[in-house]
Design a protein around this ligand. Structure first.
Ligand SMILES: [Fe+2]
Length: 278
């Protein structure tokens, strides 16, 4: 079973959406589609990047502390690059969904981060900016890889707010960072999928799920199964896993993508940055 299907074998709405976007098809029409359409699109399209999946009923993106460096009134801009900016170029892209995996347009996303040396601009607005998701619920931030500062692993800060809804404040993380293992705030559920794109630049992907009820409409609804949410298998909290380790969880087999010690909330289906279904 590939990672674009639920344990019950259904294609997720997010997969449908990603396939549609890759194929240049308007999202709303595709979201009204059926699994066969999604499969046909997926078969002919470039596989979507590995990101946290948005299954129906999935837990929303978790909150994290704001920290001491947020400032209101950031500039409206999708690029935080300014003349003379140094650092590793980074783009961060993805979508904002509600609980039924439908994209949400017009979502305010306010990003702030350290510069390449690990310093925040607390007097001006360098590496601070807000934007709104497009009609397809998508966003794209152009910036640099943030530097490290004492006590923390590498991270981005963001506030995400759908129109008229509460603010989700959280942080995003980079896979493979040594300090991910020692930063008590780090949470693997907030790992971005990051890849090198040449020229020393990096491209990251992350999709947010806001705790907003949505009418699931006529799209395919996965059939709940007894094993879809039940714990079990060989995966166990407290175990130190290495890349390549194999486990089972809720009747499915997974392979570990990067070394970590298992924690509650990091069950393999919840953390695709750590576990890939096989
Ligand atoms: Fe920070």
């Amino acid at each position: 079973m590939d990672r674009d299907t639920t344990p019950a074998g259904h294609v997720t709405r997010k997969t449908v959406l990603r396939a549609a976007l890759a194929a240049g098809i308007a999202a709303p029409a595709v979201l009204m589609g059926v699994p066969a359409l999604a499969r046909n699109l997926t078969d002919g399209a470039t596989p979507p990047p590995i990101t946290p999946e948005c299954h129906d009923g999935d837990a929303p993106t978790i909150e994290q502390m704001e920290g001491p460096y947020f400032k209101p009134n950031s500039p409206l801009r999708t690029s935080l690059l300014e003349p003379g900016t140094s650092g590793v170029p980074l783009t961060v892209g993805g979508y904002v969904f509600g609980r039924a995996c439908k994209p949400i347009p017009g979502v305010l996303m306010d990003f702030w981060q350290a510069d390449t040396n690990g310093a925040y601009d607390n007097t001006g607005f360098r590496f601070r900016g807000h934007q709104f998701t497009g009609a397809d619920g998508g966003f794209k931030l152009t910036t640099i890889v943030p530097g490290l500062y004492p006590g923390r692993t590498r991270h981005l800060h963001v506030k995400v707010q759908a129109p008229g809804r509460p603010i989700l404040t959280t942080q995003l993380y980079f896979p493979g960072e040594p300090r991910n293992n020692t930063d008590s705030i780090f949470d693997a559920r907030l790992l971005m999928a990051v890849r090198d794109v040449g020229g020393g630049a990096k491209e990251a992907a992350f999709d947010f799920v806001l705790n907003i009820a949505q009418d699931p409409g006529p799209s395919p609804t996965p059939t709940p199964t007894a094993t879809a949410t039940a714990p079990g298998g060989t995966w166990a909290v407290g175990t130190a896993y290495r890349a390549g380790d194999a486990v089972t969880y809720a009747g499915r087999a997974y392979v570990c993508l990067q070394a970590h010690t298992a924690q509650p909330g990091w069950e393999p289906p919840s953390v695709p940055a750590l576990w890939r279904a096989v």
